[in-house]
Design a protein around this ligand. Structure first.
Ligand SMILES: *Cc1c(COP(=O)(O)O)cnc(C)c1O
Ligand SMILES: [Zn+2]
Length: 419
């Protein structure tokens, strides 16, 4: 057995099966690999010769006996962010852009690709999820693609765009009168009583491995170099922990040299249990009741909160949180400088990067990657102020000129009064 599930706490090893926690001590389970065997065999060229999808790292993803999926998920652009870098005074800044991931425009397509491959492997007929929105989109899209039955449970009060997009697929969307944590508890019960493959419950150890591909891709796209610093948004805390795991694995199997890569976590102040844990170094995470426009990160009891905080501390990084206003400013800044329209989680990431810079926690000159994880069209309503008082003109050249002149005059007056 070259891959198995291992308990993070007592070390018990079990064969792959749909399971969330260790049967002995109820701690989370983690997929582990035979790194020694890979160290002597896996080469850059093996990976580089494969199709541009997240499955190019198949040796470091859960085995799929039926064959890896051929859906082109992942391998999203890594962009040199020169203009945002100028605005923030960071000359060595990059953006990993999962806002354009396939098929549903968020990083969640990665975790769902792995979860559904294993769900098919385990023989589940129906799959499902508890979601803050993006996961619902990803499960709906990929379940439809594979012809699987699916049921999606969401807290009521999510963004209408995300609900609509989920409902368009061949799936059943159910709104629950409660918070994400209530939905998650219900899904845990469904997994065991109804035998449903819930991607982030009984398929969670496999699901979570999909997040590592963000770290693998960043490193390969930098020419097989680890970044010095990454800024990652946190909801349940899985993505940031797995980006850390990805970097360690690449070192372990010899695909990159040893180097410290600092993890920086980003949350919204209205739901910041993990960044609070990082900042206070408390023993236990304190659950919160979310109150923020950043719905995609609004998990008050994050399943991997402790692990995320530990990964951040061990890497030498830090975490911060920003207000809803700062989030909207972050969305606008990224759009205006890089032409990338992100959702609230991306606004949080950009704003937290700015805040950490001011604090001197982020090194200005270091090679830094911001993980942009979702698409702005899903939370576009928040940006309404940008288009609130757009002019309408007659379809005539003179009207255009008159409008432009009035604009310039206004700008000039603005300028004069500012002096
Ligand atoms: C789910 C999500 C995250 C964070 O995911 P976790 O692994 O739960 O921390 C980040 N960004 C977006 C857009 C998400 O939907
Ligand atoms: Zn255990």
């Amino acid at each position: 057995m070259s891959q198995f599930l291992e308990c993070r706490s007592c070390g018990e090893k079990i064969e792959f099966r749909p399971e969330t926690v260790c049967p002995t001590c109820f701690s989370p389970l983690e997929v582990v690999y035979d790194y020694e065997a890979l160290r002597n065999t896996l080469q850059h060229s093996d990976i580089e010769g494969r199709p541009g999808t997240m499955w190019r790292y198949q040796e470091l993803l859960p085995e799929v006996p039926g064959g890896i999926p051929d859906t082109p998920v992942g391998w999203t652009p890594l962009i040199r962010a020169r203009r945002l870098g100028e605005a923030l005074n960071m000359p060595n800044l990059y953006i990993k852009n999962d806002a354009v991931n396939f098929p549903s425009l968020s990083f969640k397509d990665r975790v769902v690709s792995v979860a559904l491959a294993k769900a098919v492997d385990f023989g589940f007929r129906t799959i499902g999820c508890a979601s803050t929105g993006n996961l619902a989109n990803a499960v709906g899209a990929q379940a439809s693609m594979l012809g699987l039955k699916s049921v999606i449970l969401i807290p009521q009060g999510l963004e209408q765009q995300k609900i609509l997009a989920s409902a368009c697929y061949n799936t059943q969307v159910i709104k629950v009168a409660g918070s994400y944590d209530d939905v998650n508890r219900l899904c845990t019960e469904l997994a065991y009583r109804e035998g449903i493959g819930i991607v982030n419950v009984n398929l969670r150890p496999f699901y979570a491995e999909g997040s590592k591909t963000v770290g693998f891709e960043i490193t390969e796209q930098l020419g097989w170099t680890l970044p010095d610093q990454v800024v990652v948004p946190m909801a349940g805390g899985s993505l940031i922990s797995k980006v850390g795991k990805a970097f360690r694995e690449l070192i372990q199997v010899g695909l990159v040299g040893e180097k410290p890569a600092k993890l920086f976590g980003a949350q919204a102040t209205g739901c910041a249990p993990i960044s609070t844990l990082v900042k206070t170094s408390a023993d236990e995470l304190v659950p919160v009741k979310p109150d923020t426009i950043v719905k995609s990160l609004a998990i008050g009891t994050p399943a991997d909160g402790r692990k995320a905080a530990d990964s951040i501390h061990q890497s030498g990084g830090w975490a911060e949180d920003v207000s809803d206003e700062e989030t909207v400013e972050g969305i606008a800044l990224l759009a205006e400088t890089e032409g990338i329209f992100t959702e609230t989680a991306g606004g949080v990431t950009v704003a937290v990067a700015g805040k950490l810079l001011k604090q001197g926690r982020l090194d200005r000159r270091a090679l830094t990657v911001l993980c942009i994880t979702g698409n702005g069209l899903k939370t576009a309503d928040l940006m309404e102020y940008k288009a609130a008082d757009l002019a309408v003109i007659e379809p005539k050249y003179s009207a255009f000129q008159a409008y432009i002149n009035s604009q310039q005059k206004e700008e000039k007056e603005h300028y004069v009064s500012a002096c």
